[in-house]
Design a protein around this ligand. Structure first.
Ligand code: FES
Length: 180
């Protein structure tokens, strides 16, 4: 049975549980890039996400529109790293990167502590892994991203990680796929 036939929440739980395995196999899991849709950022197919049990520093990986979408609860220390390396980034202000307008800010997020992004490297679409407290590393060709998904200019990835449409239905419930 293919993944499209699993109930959405079950697929989300499966992907969350398989996060470590996905990182280990990322070098062989090249995916389609760029995103193809009517808008520059992906939207639609709303996916509710309960944040109440998500601790700081843990990366939740969901399956949405057949792609990995990350939710990371950033700590105050995580957020404090963001201004420290802006001179090393390709697009520190996210002017050339893809995100909803409401996320075009220093944290690339609606709320600073909650980071949401499509977990596909903007080079050739591999799945980066979390380097806790520092950012994300793509195992395919070494591109690095900070904890706001902004790409360091040392690697081949040309743009920041893509941010999908999302909104908060309540303080602890996120809806991926719908704008605020
Ligand atoms: Fe990520 Fe090449 S696919 S660096």
């Amino acid at each position: 049975m293919g993944s499209k036939h699993f109930p959405r929440q079950r697929r989300a739980l499966m992907l969350a549980g398989l996060g470590a395995a996905a990182a280990a196999t990322a070098a062989t899991s090249v995916r389609i890039w760029p995103w193809t849709g009517a808008k520059p950022y992906p939207e639609g197919d709303p996916l509710p996400v309960d944040l109440s049990a998500l601790p700081e520093g843990q990366l939740l990986t969901l399956s949405w529109q057949d792609k990995p979408v990350w939710v990371l609860r950033r700590s105050a220390a995580d957020l404090a790293t963001l201004p420290q390396h802006e001179g090393e980034l390709t697009d520190a202000q996210s002017k050339e990167s893809v995100q909803p307008a409401a996320c075009c800010n220093a944290h690339r997020a609606l709320k600073p502590e909650i980071f949401v992004a499509v977990g596909l490297c903007t080079h050739q679409g591999c799945t980066p892994y979390l380097n806790p407290g520092k950012g994300f590393i793509c195992p395919c060709h070494g591109s690095r991203y900070d904890l706001a998904g902004r790409v360091f200019d040392e690697g081949p990835a040309p743009a920041n990680l893509l941010i999908p449409a999302y909104r908060f239905a309540s303080a602890q419930q996120l809806i991926i796929g719908e704008l605020a």
